[in-house]
Write a protein of this length. Sequence first.
Length: 99
Amino acid sequence: MISRQWRGLAKPDCSQAYADHLCRETFPAISKLPGFLRASILRRTLPEGVEYLVVTEWANLEAIRQFAGDNVERAVVPAVVREMMLEYDQVVRHYEIIE
């Protein structure tokens, strides 16, 4: 199994809108993909905004390709999300889940 991790810093006034977007748009869409297992949203408030760490778990890299395309390291950040962010990862991190 593979953990895919992405970090973004939301504008303070867009913080809840971003969490809502994940729950209403992103997670329902990726939950339909073969090999998608689960997703978590972690957040913490910082002086400049709200930082999110989005962690998804997948069966393998091939399953991630169905979501991200051939370049699995590229972050998938829709235009609507880019507008909500002060900064965000352009590249994601993948970790093999050992246990």
